[in-house]
Design a protein. Sequence first.
Length: 335
Amino acid sequence: MSPAAKLWLRIFLAGFVIITGLLILTLFTPPYYGDLSRIGRLSEREFGWRLPPPTVPAEHLKGVPIDQADILVIGDSFSMTFRWQSELVKAGHKVTTIYWGQIGVLCSDFNPWLRRAGFHGKLVIVESVERLLDERLKDGEKCATMPRDPEVKTEPFWTSPPQVPGFEFNTGAKLMTGLITYSNTREALRSAQDTRFGETQVRKVADGCALFSHRSCDRALFFGEDVSNGPLDETSVTRMQAFTQTHPDVPLLWMIIPNKTTVYIEPDNSKPFVQALARTKLGPDLFGFARQQYTGTRDLYFPNDTHLSMHGQLALGRRMAEAVRNVLPTAAVAP
């Protein structure tokens, strides 16, 4: 064999060994099941939740056509599993859920739009996570006409794993996934400081192992937009109040869910907003609710995701069922 041929053979064998090693590493890297671990490409073995989720009867996870509903929920990804709404269904309500992404914004013709869509119920719940509320309210002030009709789904938009994900080969991942995940996770766990990978922040959490179930529970994953989008203040409440007053046909209940970062890291992030909301009584104080719950509910929010866990969703649902009881008369509840 010529020297050139031997050189190419050595290069081929070295490349084969490297590619095989990368493939094996990726195959044994658990598939991502949290939004923040996927965005930051961080290990689910270290940051994935390990606390089994509660079971909810299937009949409580069903929506109804909009013309049959007594409650309409307009929500974002925090409402897509139907889990918190299951507590309303359990209480006897007929619930329809639509999403901000489907309708765009809430415009001046909101009440006529509801009637055209067929809603003749008793209550509209407007749900938004803290970090997106101000943008949604500002966009709504600029529009006169709802841009599209609602698309009603009677099944959840997406479902969380019904149990702690077990081992499976990561056959659908790209070749470099295992190496990048290993490298990012190693950096995150070795650093004495908080770290960031794209929009995923790895931040230390005081008494984290009492709050979360994942292995590396002294720190957890947070969404960068929680910080970059800025806090809410009194002007957001003023906008909410103005929208409510100009749309009196159906009672509105505002449901503002605090960012995960606000709950665990920066509890005073939107304090002026929370104080103003309490004065107007436009909706329940879910910031105070989260502060009360997070120390007693392990994995109130998923450690590897920006959303409430299924434990947190059901606790939220019970709080919302209480808020709804204060708004709807008993006669409005379906038998």
